[in-house]
Design a protein around this ligand. Structure first.
Ligand code: ZN
Length: 165
């Protein structure tokens, strides 16, 4: 809550108390009428201040959300530079780390479907038989199929299925 608005609200409350005091001790009708008029103006001001506080809080909340989104975008723009696209086969593309000296990290492959959604997810070997290897992304459910033959003609066989971790 904006401190200036809180202070203004408190000042108006004090002003109303003073007016109530004057009307309680005054015997003059004209003074009492003006005091009541003034009291109504102050009550109206209080209502305006309450609305200003609500609007301020709403704008503040929106600012916080936008700042969070901006931070996420900036983090992703930085993070995505660590990866490059690479072909698992002639037709199937995944992402790999650009630079790493770690042998395990060099072998990691990342889901291209998740990557386009600004998410890094490792694809894992799911099936390996005489005919093919199937890799799966446990984050989005995408499967990457590679034939175990001399001609690697493969495609993503499932990309739309989504599930949680
Ligand atoms: Zn995925």
């Amino acid at each position: 809550m904006l401190p200036e608005l809180v202070a203004a609200g408190n000042s108006l409350k004090t002003a109303i108390d003073i007016i109530k005091y004057f009307t309680s001790i005054s015997k003059e009708n004209a003074i009492n009428e003006k005091a009541i008029e003034l009291q109504q103006i102050i009550l109206s001001l209080q209502q305006n201040i309450l609305e200003a506080q609500e609007n301020y809080q709403k704008l503040y909340n929106e600012k916080e959300i936008i700042e969070k989104q901006l931070k996420e975008i900036m983090n992703w723009n930085k993070e995505k530079n660590n990866y490059k696209i690479s072909n698992l086969t002639n037709d199937v593309f995944v992402y790999v780390l650009k630079e790493t000296k770690n042998e395990v990290e060099k072998s990691l492959k990342f889901c291209s479907n998740c990557f386009k959604n600004q998410k890094i997810s490792i694809i894992q070997l799911d099936q390996d038989n005489m005919l093919e290897k199937v890799y799966i992304c446990h984050s989005c459910g995408s499967k990457y199929k590679i034939k175990n033959s001399s001609e690697p003609t493969v495609g993503i066989i499932k990309t739309n299925f989504r599930r949680g971790y």
